[in-house]
Design a protein around this ligand. Sequence first.
Ligand code: NAD
Length: 244
Amino acid sequence: MEKRLSQKTIFLTGAARGIGATCARIFVSQGAKVFLVDRDQVALEALAAELNQAGEVAIPRVLDITNRADVEQAVRSMHEVWGRVDVLINNAGITRDSLTAKMTEEAWDQVIAVNLKGPMICTQAVFPIMKEQQSGVILSASSVSALGNIGQANYAASKSGLIGLTKTWALEFARFGIRVNAVAPGFTATEMVTTIPEEIQAKLVAQIPLRRFATPEEIAKAYTFLASDDASYITGQVLYVDGG
Ligand code: NAD
């Protein structure tokens, strides 16, 4: 059977660890080439070296997605090397949790900058190339927290903001053959979640119908499906992968 992402070139942000690193491995196993972007140089280069053992399939680029010039330069490099930018995965994201009454302006600004402005910058950078190709896929990491979560006003605003962006981009870009969707994971066992105190983790699990956190693989498989041609008539959607 043909691999699901055969010949696809994918610009993946937040690739160094967690869901992003798992996506990179699964995308490559499905035949894709991955341009890996992250702030964490050590982890990023280790992942690229691992993936490139079986052939030149990964290019790492250390950058902060809030830096427009660096993102534009990275997208240009990817296009020069591989000649195409088939898929953008806006996966990089951060949390700076606190109750609204105590939330600092800095915590607000940081989360909005990385989780909302970063995806806007990356999307603006790939759009002219996808328009020229008359094809492309843009996927973004929303979250169940988009629906509201105590202590996450900044994060929830950013993740519901991404749903607004997704639906707007889907409408604006459809006539160029570009599909745009979001994946909204529930709690997933990455450092973002395993660093939460254990008693709070137990309370969170108790509220999930399937009674466990997602694995990063389960989230990466949703991205794989939406990035693939199997999802060729799906756009403007939010796929909740949240255990119920
Ligand atoms: P993670 O913290 O394990 O990894 C995030 C990666 O993004 C890190 O490698 C980090 O260095 C990178 N990053 C952060 N800011 C960056 C920036 N400005 N520029 C470039 N890279 C940057 O997170 P994760 O759990 O793998 O989550 C991935 C995405 O999924 C995030 O957007 C997150 O909000 C979302 N999400 C996660 C969960 C969960 O439970 N883990 C649930 C819902 C949504």
